[in-house]
Design a binder for this molecule. Structure first.
Ligand code: COA
Ligand code: MG
Length: 294
C-alpha cells in the first residue's frame, strides 16, 4: 500500500536520522538535496550509506532517498553511494519530464546489477512541478511506461522561486492560481498514468488543525498522502488520509447493496442513486481502511 505520510529527514543530521525508526511515518525521505548545504553533501552521502546499511530488511517505514537533480554531477555520486544500501525508492527533485525518469531508470539498472539487487526493485517518486517547463508538460507522463513509478508529487517553493514570485498563497492561505493548476495537473497526470498522487507539504508545522483540514480535503480530491517536514505532522497525516468511520460504513452499504443484486448497474440507498463508479470507490475505501487499520 502506498504511504500516506512521507517525512523528510535531512541526511546530514544524526539527531533527526535517529528519529526515523520511531516517527510513525509510512515512509521517510532521507534528503541529500535542498536540506543539505553544498559543503555537507559528501558527509551526508556517507552518513546515509551507513544509516541505510544498518536498517533491517523488515522495516516499519519505507526508506526513500531524495537525490540531487539529474542535471548536476551530484546525482550520480548520490546514486552510487545509496543504491548498494538498498533504499526502497528514490525521489527525484526538479524532474523536467518523463525522459528524466527513463535516464534514472537506466542508471538504476546498472547500479542494481552491480550491487546484486533485483532489477527494478528500487521505486521512483518524482517532484514534477518544480520548474515552469516541467509544470507545463505533466500530461507527458501518460505517454511513457515507467514501471518503477510509484506516484507523482509536486512542490510550490521551487516553482515560485523560478517564476520570480514573492509568494504562492493568498492572505487566506489558498494557493495562487498557478499552484492550484500545477497541483490539479499533478493529480490528473498521476491517475492518468495509473500511479498515486502525493500532495505537497504543509509548511506551517505547528498548525495541526490547519494540516488536518487541508489533508482531509486533499484526500477527498484524490491524493493518497502527502509530504511532511516535521514529526508532529505524521500522525495528523496518517489519520487524515484514512477513510472516516462514516465513509467506511457507507462503503459497506454500497457493496452489500450491489452484492444483493448482482445483475444491476445501479442501486438506491436511502433515497440516493449509486452506480458502478461508486462501487469501485467503495471497494477502494474499504481496501485502504483494511490495510491501515490492521
Ligand atoms: N525529522 C526527524 N526529526 C525531526 C525533524 C525531521 N524532519 N524535524 C524536527 N525533528 C526533531 C528535532 O530534531 C527535535 O528533536 P529533539 O526533541 O530531540 O531536540 C524535535 O523533532 C522537535 O523539533 P523542533 O524543535 O520542533 O523543530 P526544529 O526547529 O528543530 O526543526 C525544521 C525545524 C523545519 C528545521 C525541521 O523540522 C526539519 O529539518 N525539517 C525537515 C526539512 C527538510 O528536510 N526539508 C527538505 C524538504 S522541503
Ligand atoms: Mg526544493
Amino acid at each position: 500500500m502506498t504511504p500516506r505520510s512521507w517525512l523528510f529527514i535531512p541526511a546530514d543530521s544524526e539527531k533527526k536520522l535517529g528519529k526515523a525508526d520511531d516517527c510513525g511515518a509510512d515512509a521517510v525521505i532521507l534528503d541529500l538535496e535542498d536540506a543539505v548545504a553544498p559543503a555537507r553533501k559528501p558527509v551526508a552521502r556517507e552518513m546515509l550509506g551507513e544509516f541505510l546499511g544498518a536498517r533491517p530488511a523488515e522495516r516499519s517505514a519505507q526508506l526513500w532517498v531524495r537525490i540531487n537533480p539529474l542535471d548536476t554531477p551530484m546525482a550520480l555520486n548520490d546514486l552510487a553511494a545509496v543504491v548498494p544500501a538498498r533504499p526502497d525508492g528514490i525521489m527525484l527533485p526538479k524532474a523536467e519530464g518523463p525522459e528524466d525518469l527513463v535516464q534514472l531508470n537506466n542508471y538504476l539498472e546498472a547500479l542494481e546489477t552491480a550491487a546484486g539487487i533485483d532489477l527494478g526493485s528500487i521505486r521512483l517518486l518524482p517532484l514534477v512541478t518544480e520548474t515552469p517547463g516541467a509544470a507545463l508538460r505533466l500530461a507527458d507522463y501518460t505517454d511513457f511506461s515507467l514501471t518503477r513509478l510509484t506516484g507523482l508529487t509536486w512542490g510550490a517553493e521551487d516553482l515560485s522561486s523560478a517564476v520570480g514570485a514573492t509568494g504562492n498563497k493568498d492572505e487566506n492561505g489558498q494557493w495562487h492560481f498557478t499552484y492550484q493548476m500545477a497541483r490539479s495537473e499533478t493529480l490528473l497526470a498521476a491517475h492518468a498514468a495509473g500511479v498515486h498522487a502525493i500532495d505537497t507539504l504543509y509548511a506551517d508545522f505547528r498548525d495541526s488543525e490547519g494540516l488536518a483540514a487541508d489533508s482531509r480535503q486533499s484526500r477527498a480530491e484524490g491524493f493518497s498522502g502527502r509530504l511532511a517536514i516535521h514529526p508532529a505532522q505524521v500522525a495528523v497525516i496518517n489519520e487524515s488520509y484514512l477513510p472516516s468511520a462514516e465513509q467506511v460504513e457507507m462503503a459497506r452499504k454500497i457493496i452489500a447493496a450491489f452484492e444483493a443484486e448482482p445483475d444491476v448497474g445501479t442501486v438506491g440507498i436511502d433515497g440516493k442513486m449509486y452506480d458502478i463508479p461508486h462501487l469501485k470507490q467503495a471497494r477502494h475505501t474499504l481496501e485502504l481502511f483494511e490495510v491501515y487499520a490492521a
